[in-house]
Design a protein around this ligand. Structure first.
Ligand code: SF4
Ligand code: FES
Length: 341
């Protein structure tokens, strides 16, 4: 089947969604996605970030679809023509969806551990408005303790339901669904029942915002001060292939390896994620690369750089020379062969 998105055509197999077809084309035509996750069955259709305009339904029925469609749950038809980034209507809709998601989401990026790798932050950067029309009070929830490793901050949740699908599909305790309705809707009760499972930590990786964060890493560092490396170890529960986030010679965090759409390549177990923070536990492969505009690339370390001393850095870390050295990573080799170039 042939489908054309923003003027670029591609042949796809029957059953392919518009979002999947757009990802095959790649680049600017790919709609943002906050709830769809290719590795989780039944994901998508919740956030409406991925709206596109179907200008021609198919060769057999060329009528345009009157409403914007959620590309992650709309299947391609032969001859379909879709407008994504090229459509003003779509751009306006994405702005509105972003504004809607931010109605209740607290603007606490400066103190949120997800900052720098938050899909909502990226979405707001591209589609957000600088002002809000929302004058009512934001929805808040009582803090709930869901165990030693995962921090739930329900106020930040956008109800994408990915974590519920992890609980449903990766763990034994099949407890899923959103509790309550409207402003009171929440997922906490559901996921807390599956939290002891060996794969529950994957909820942190799939959460697009800072609603589920790693307690063993929280407040230790900002992600752009860490240097992510691909690493692996022999694990009898999962693939053992991870990204380790280093601060100097110390592993501060372990996550799944995320692709350009911020989806993990393979899910990892809690043992690898939370219990193996010693460098000796891992075979470090090579620096993990991120998309060009990611803040994680600040202080790019995939090529040899002259050491730069930044005056403000000194002031910010006044009296903390040890930390400054770790952030600049001058002593850390780039790869297993111990070369720095
Ligand atoms: S906690 Fe995170 S993953 Fe779960 S529904 Fe909320 S935003 Fe989605
Ligand atoms: S990604 Fe399509 S509706 Fe959320």
């Amino acid at each position: 089947m042939k489908v054309t998105i923003d003027g670029q055509s591609i042949e796809v197999a029957p059953g392919t969604t518009i979002l999947q077809a757009a990802r095959m084309i790649g680049g600017d035509v790919v709609p943002p996605a906050m709830c769809y996750y290719s590795k989780l069955k039944g994901s998508g259709g919740k956030c409406r970030c991925c709206l596109v305009e179907v200008a021609k339904g198919s060769d057999a029925d060329p009528r345009p679809m009157p409403k914007l469609m959620a590309s992650c749950v709309t299947g391609c038809m032969d001859g379909m023509e879709v407008n994504s980034k090229s459509s003003e209507r779509v751009t306006e809709a994405r702005k509105s969806v972003t504004e809607f998601l931010l109605i209740n989401h607290p603007l606490d990026c400066p103190v949120c551990d997800q900052a720098g790798e938050c899909d909502l932050q990226n979405l707001s950067f591209e589609h957000g408005k600088s002002q809000t029309r929302f004058i009512e009070e934001k929805r808040t929830f009582e803090p709930e303790n869901i165990g030693p490793n995962i921090q739930l901050h329900m106020n930040r949740c956008i109800l994408c339901q990915r974590c519920v699908q992890v609980a449903d599909q990766l763990t034994d305790n099949r407890v899923h669904g959103v509790m309550d309705r409207g402003d009171h809707a929440n997922i906490s009760t559901c996921i807390s029942k599956a939290i002891d499972n060996e794969f529950s930590g994957n909820m942190i990786d799939v959460c697009p915002v800072g609603a589920l964060t790693d307690k063993t890493f929280r407040f230790k560092s900002r992600v752009w001060f860490n240097k992510p490396y691909n690493a692996h170890r022999d694990c009898d529960k999962c693939c053992g292939k991870t990204t380790v986030w280093m601060f100097g010679g110390e592993i501060q965090r372990v996550t799944g390896r995320k692709d350009e759409y911020h989806e993990v390549e393979e899910f990892i177990c809690n043992g690898c994620r939370f219990d193996h923070k010693n460098v000796e536990d891992w075979t470090i492969e090579s620096p993990r690369e991120f998309e060009k505009d990611s803040v994680i690339n600040q202080n790019n370390y995939t090529q040899k750089l002259e050491k730069v001393e930044i005056a403000t850095e000194k002031n910010i870390l006044l009296g903390r020379d040890e930390d400054r050295k770790k952030i600049s990573m001058a002593e850390i080799p780039l790869n297993a062969n111990n070369t720095n170039s």
